[in-house]
Each structure stands twice: as C-alpha cells, then as structure tokens.
Design a protein around this ligand. Structure first.
Ligand SMILES: [Zn+2]
Length: 86
C-alpha cells in the first residue's frame, strides 16, 4: 500500500494486529550513526522503530511500534540490547 494512502484506520488496524517477534540485530538500522533506530520490517513502510526506555529505570524496553504504520514488535534480543546498546 502506498504510504500516502495510510490513514488513521490503517494505523489502528496495524496496532491491533499481532505483535511481531523480531531481533533488533536483524533489522536494518535507520542510519550508520544510529545504534537504536531501525527501519520498519513491513515491506511497504518507511516508518521507524525508535526503541524506548523505561522512564524510571532507563532500561531499554522490549516492546516497540512503528512510528508510521503502528505495527507492534517485541525484541527477542532485548537482553543483548541492554548489555550492548548504551
Ligand atoms: Zn511501519
């Protein structure tokens, strides 16, 4: 689906889709300068997965979602991410 046709209904649909289990290490980084940001794994999407931190502990959060299509993901390699990403 072309990005310009994505609307709120599409975002809501994706947000209620099953969570995708992904490895952060397998995703395409948004840029060479970003160790966190990934390109959304949906083929037709140019949105980003930003990786969140717990606002109290600062620990990286395993659950994330795309900034554009709202697809939710869970990082299977969150333990490695917490060790290696600062
Ligand atoms: Zn997306």
């Amino acid at each position: 689906m072309p990005l310009e046709t994505l609307g709120w209904a599409d975002c809501l649909r994706n947000y209620t889709e099953p969570v995708w289990a992904v490895r952060h290490s397998d995703l395409e980084r948004y840029s060479d300068e970003s160790v966190y940001r990934s390109v959304c794994p949906r083929d037709d999407c140019e949105g980003l997965l930003l990786v969140a931190r717990n606002s109290i502990t600062g620990e990286l959060v395993a659950d994330d979602h795309c900034t554009l299509c709202a697809q939710r993901v869970k990082y299977l390699d969150i333990a490695r991410m917490r060790r290696e990403l600062r």
